[in-house]
Write a protein that binds this ligand. Structure first.
Ligand SMILES: *Cc1c(COP(=O)(O)O)cnc(C)c1O
Length: 379
């Protein structure tokens, strides 16, 4: 491993701390002081590095972080992160011990699970706070129990502390449907029932990035869960959306070095399956990154990278460790030079949403797919 320790890397990601801080500040400015911003750092902070991002935002004043599972939360605690950590994507009973050990706060998704967690908490000296998630129409995790049953189940818990009521939207950037409004109504009905019963959750949270970015205030509660926007992205809206009030910029650039440059005569085929045939004498560069690093396989013969300040096409199939590009029209590139898979060179920019269009996927997966074998450098 020693040999691998330092630069120059074959391929690497540069994460701009200043950009993440700026994006976080912008989210906070949009929702205003009464609304807390929970920084979503699941999936290694969407590939940006959960420990780094958490430390950074904690020092910016973030009081809440969100992860998917106990393991992710434990890794942050082991790195010294002190902020509250919400575990969003459910727990198996075998993970309850980890919740307590690492002072993590679970989202509970059914009344049965709530009773199970209460039994676990009864056997422990300290109490445990939890947030309850409603399935208001997403049709995934969350309870669909009637309001009265929810109220009764919360009241039955003596050891657990009910701290938050939450839900998640299925179509938050889609203004051509009323699905989000209906979800908000279902949520408010349960919240009202709780209030009538004298129970006010400390935290009320429904929104991820999109309802913040498009100003859906009714869904902000007093806490919003921002992920994508911290990393510089907002999903494009469908239908007639209000103007976006949040401007953020990508925080991550991805580079790969050229391993070799070659001239191929017209007629030569390139890569697995020979799916590209050079129609002209072609200069190719072979890059030190492939699908095992996270380059989408679907970029083959479709995607582009920035080389020498210009967008150039990916040719042939993307392979596991290598990607080939056509640099016939870009003079002066040599082995060892870096090209940009995501990021900016001069005026030319390539972001995860553009790559996602070429790859037939969404920007989230482009970011999450950048593999752990690609070193992250913080600038
Ligand atoms: C991932 C996630 C978020 C963050 O969503 P973004 O669109 O990235 O802001 C919020 N809430 C839940 C439940 C999530 O799973």
């Amino acid at each position: 491993m020693e040999l691998m320790a330092g630069p120059p890397y074959r391929t690497w990601v540069e994460v701009s701390r200043a950009r993440i801080v700026e994006n976080y500040r912008r989210v906070r400015a949009v929702v205003g002081a009464p609304v807390e911003v929970m920084a979503v750092v699941k999936a290694d902070a969407y590939g940006h590095g959960a420990v780094e991002v958490s430390r950074l935002l904690e020092s910016e004043g973030a009081r809440w972080l969100a992860v998917s599972n106990v393991e992710e939360g434990a890794a942050l605690r082991r790195a010294g992160v002190r902020a509250r950590i919400l575990v969003m994507a459910d727990c198996l009973p075998s993970e309850h011990e980890g919740l307590a050990q690492y002072a993590l706060t679970p989202v509970v998704h059914s009344l049965e699970d709530l009773a199970g967690l209460e039994s676990f908490a009864e056997a422990r000296p300290a109490g445990l706070a939890y947030h309850l998630k409603l399935d208001t129409g997403m049709g995934r995790l969350g309870t669909r129990a009637p309001a009265e049953e929810i109220v009764a189940a919360i009241r039955r818990c003596r050891r657990l502390q009910f701290e938050g009521l939450t839900t998640h939207f299925a179509s938050s950037a889609d203004y051509s449907t009323a699905q989000t409004d209906r979800q908000i109504e279902v949520f408010e009905e349960v919240l009202e029932a709780l209030r009538r019963a004298g129970t006010e959750p400390r935290w009320i949270h429904l929104s991820s990035t999109n309802p913040v970015a498009y100003g859906r205030r009714r869904a902000w509660g007093n806490l919003v869960r921002a992920g994508h926007s911290l990393y510089g992205y907002v999903s494009p809206a469908k239908g007639s959306a209000p103007a976006r009030t949040l401007e953020v910029k990508p925080a991550l650039a991805w580079k790969a070095r050229i391993l070799a440059v070659k001239k191929l005569p017209a007629g030569t085929r390139v890569g697995y399956g020979g799916t590209f045939r050079a129609e002209r004498p072609t200069t190719i560069a072979i890059l030190a990154a492939g699908y095992a690093d996270g380059v989408p396989h679907r970029m083959g013969n479709r995607g582009k990278v920035i080389a020498g300040g210009q967008l150039v096409p990916v040719i042939g199939a993307v392979s596991m460790d290598l990607t080939t590009i056509d640099i016939t029209d870009v003079p002066d590139l040599a082995p060892g030079d870096a090209v940009t898979l995501l990021g900016q060179e001069g005026n030319v920019e390539l972001n995860a949403q553009q790559v996602a269009r070429w790859a037939g996927t969404i920007s989230y997966t482009v970011l999450c797919a950048i593999s752990p074998r690609v070193p992250r450098v913080y600038v």
